[in-house]
Structures are given as structure tokens and as C-alpha cells.
Design a protein around this ligand. Structure first.
Ligand code: S3P
Length: 169
């Protein structure tokens, strides 16, 4: 069974995903990186050149390819992955979906210095970032909340995440 990490941009999906994979002896896959490698372009450039809809189609395509692999992996999704097509249902049918859900204040702190990499927030002024996060999160919670596990008790630790995964099995 694959483990899918979902959550808002800056929620730590790649950071915790790598640690989780290491401790479970699994392969770690970052969905955004797979897309960038295949397209030989950054996510920002894909949005700019081909538009968001095209990115969402690539995201869905790669998700489908990864899921077919028999080896159980830890997969860090993009922040929007669960919110398009039937991606969430598809992930839930093929693994354990874990929602990393830090506070808006934590997200803001982490995203502020990394806005340029992220087309959805790169033009949001710093002083409007928290409001933007709150609003976007509100739109996305109905999708994220379908996850099997909800991790929100900060600070996150590998032990806490592993324990919740163990309890779910
Ligand atoms: C997106 C999140 C990004 C990336 C793209 C769109 C989103 O991934 O997939 O910029 O819609 O929230 P991260 O959550 O890894 O930043």
C-alpha cells in the first residue's frame, strides 16, 4: 500500500515524506519533481508556458503511473493534487492518504521565502499571504479532509506520524 502525503503548499510533505520513507525503508517520490524531470521544466515554467489546466493533466497522468508500480512507496503530492479530477478517490483506493495540516501561521512563515517557486503565490504580496492561505485552504479543506489520517498537532515529529500510521493499520 502506498502512502500519499497531502496538504497545503509548505505543509512539509516532501520533508516528512523523505524521512518517513527512510525510516520505513521505502522509496520516496515527489510528484512535482517527477513532473519537472519528465517535462524538463520547472513547475513555474509549466504554469507560465502551458497554463494550470495542462499542469493538472500532467499531475493526474503521473499520479496514475506511480500508482501502478507494485512497490509500496511514500509519495509527496502537490498541494492541489487532491482537489482535481478524482485524484483523491484514486489515492484512497490505492493507499493510505495522510493530510499534513499545520497552522496558517506556520504555512505563512515557510512560504514567505519560497514564493517564487510556487506559481499560485508568487505574485501575492507578503502582507496578503496569510489571507490568501486562509482562503485557499478553506476551498481545499473539503478535499483534504477526506484523508485517512489528519496530522495537525505541531510540532510534527517522525514518531508522531509513524505512530498514527501504525494505529491506522
Ligand atoms: C500547488 C502546489 C505545488 C505545485 C504547484 C501547485 C497547489 O506543490 O504542485 O505549484 O496547487 O497547491 P507544493 O505543495 O509541493 O508546493
Amino acid at each position: 500500500m502506498h502512502i500519499f502525503l497531502i496538504g497545503f503548499m509548505g505543509s512539509g510533505k516532501s520533508y516528512w515524506g523523505q524521512r518517513l520513507a527512510e525510516s520505513m525503508g521505502r522509496r520516496f517520490i515527489d510528484l512535482d519533481s517527477v513532473i519537472e524531470e519528465k517535462q524538463k521544466k520547472s513547475i513555474a515554467a509549466i504554469f507560465e508556458d502551458n497554463g494550470e489546466q495542462h499542469f493538472r493533466e500532467l499531475e493526474r497522468q503521473e499520479l496514475g503511473r506511480l500508482i501502478e508500480k507494485p512497490e509500496p512507496m511514500v509519495i509527496a503530492c502537490g498541494g492541489g493534487t487532491p482537489c482535481y479530477f478524482d485524484n483523491m478517490l484514486f489515492m484512497k483506493q490505492n493507499g493510505l492518504v495522510v493530510w499534513l495540516d499545520p497552522t496558517v501561521a506556520s504555512l505563512e512563515k515557510r512560504l514567505k521565502p519560497e514564493k517564487d517557486k510556487r506559481p499560485l503565490i508568487r505574485s501575492v504580496p507578503d502582507e496578503q499571504l496569510a489571507v490568501f492561505i486562509e482562503e485557499k485552504l478553506k476551498e481545499r479543506i473539503p478535499f483534504y479532509s477526506g484523508a485517512h489520517l489528519h496530522i495537525f498537532d505541531e510540532p510534527f515529529t517522525l514518531e508522531k506520524i509513524l505512530q498514527q500510521i501504525k494505529d491506522a493499520n
